[in-house]
Design a protein around this ligand. Sequence first.
Ligand SMILES: *Cc1c(COP(=O)(O)O)cnc(C)c1O
Length: 372
Amino acid sequence: MSVSKRPRPEPRPEIMAIAPYVPGKSGVAGLAKVHKLSSNESPLGPSPNAIEAFRANAAALASYPEGSSRLLREAIGRRFGLEPERIVCGNGSDDLIVLLAHVFLSPGDEGLYSQYGFLEYPIAIRAAGATPVTAKETRDTADVDALLAKVTPRTKLVFLANPNNPTGTYLPFSEVKRLHAGLPADTLLVLDAAYAEYVTRNDYAAGMELVSANENVVMLRTFSKIYGLANLRIGWVYAPEPIVDALNRVRGPFNVNGAAIAAGVAAIEDVGHVAAAVAHNTRWLLWLSEEIARFGIGVTPSVGNFLLLQFPATAGRTAKDADRFLSARGFVLRAVGAYGLPDRLRLTVGTEEANRGIVAALGDFMAAGGKS
Ligand SMILES: *Cc1c(COP(=O)(O)O)cnc(C)c1O
């Protein structure tokens, strides 16, 4: 019996070379209640004002949203002292990561990022037909010299998550400026500051002044993390005028929905809610770091709302064993094997109950050698 080979539509080969993004698990089979500590969501949730604005938008579902997210860009502009004309909003910052890659990368070009950089970057680079290039990190931190050593005439885009996910580490602004200074003028530096609000170090900056002063730097931000609006999908980019112009030509004409625009405005104006989220995170990030390190689990110093934990290679105490043990107790962490970190798990700072619970569970795990 011969199987007829009928032609069929074939995706571009580089599309099929993409390893699909695997989101953090959200549940455990058989458990009704779990603490989801796998996606860096806010344990405080969104501002009540944002929820109210979202509900109020229900009356407008039949109408197209305002296509340029004008009200949201103006609210962001007021909050950060930026010109709304230099902001583009997206359906999550993922939307903008993909658009930036499509706009600035051609087949044959290279997109550069650090060894443990956010996994959306190689996906976007490949989807644009370009080649992803990585530079080794030093102590789980992006290394400016290593990045600059990988720059070639084909490097058209450099993605830097600062702080980085999944490591939680950051580059001081002096290092970001040194990276920028070493890049050719026609290479775009994308500063992805998804966790900027959480950082309490005075040598950190999200990069707005670098965007303002240069033609080849953009800064990405999101409402998914500290604003607690991951489900609504809102991101934005602050960029030089020619880049704004290019992005506006290719983005979906209604890429941010009306409920997202309304809730985003309410969220960014609730400065008190953001301050409460920072205070909660600062307190519990430190507490979790100290308590977990006492068990002999490696904890990468983090300035975000999550911690990268390194488990020993000892049989029964590996990251895989820990994932199984913790899941059975209702704690869902993020496996990061896809990042080349098979001995680690990423833990999001949660509610007080979740934080105390995960520390108790990790203590039991290390004491029991993984036997539940
Ligand atoms: C979570 C995250 C984002 C945000 O993605 P959204 O699409 O806005 O939800 C962007 N960059 C990094 C590094 C992240 O961890």
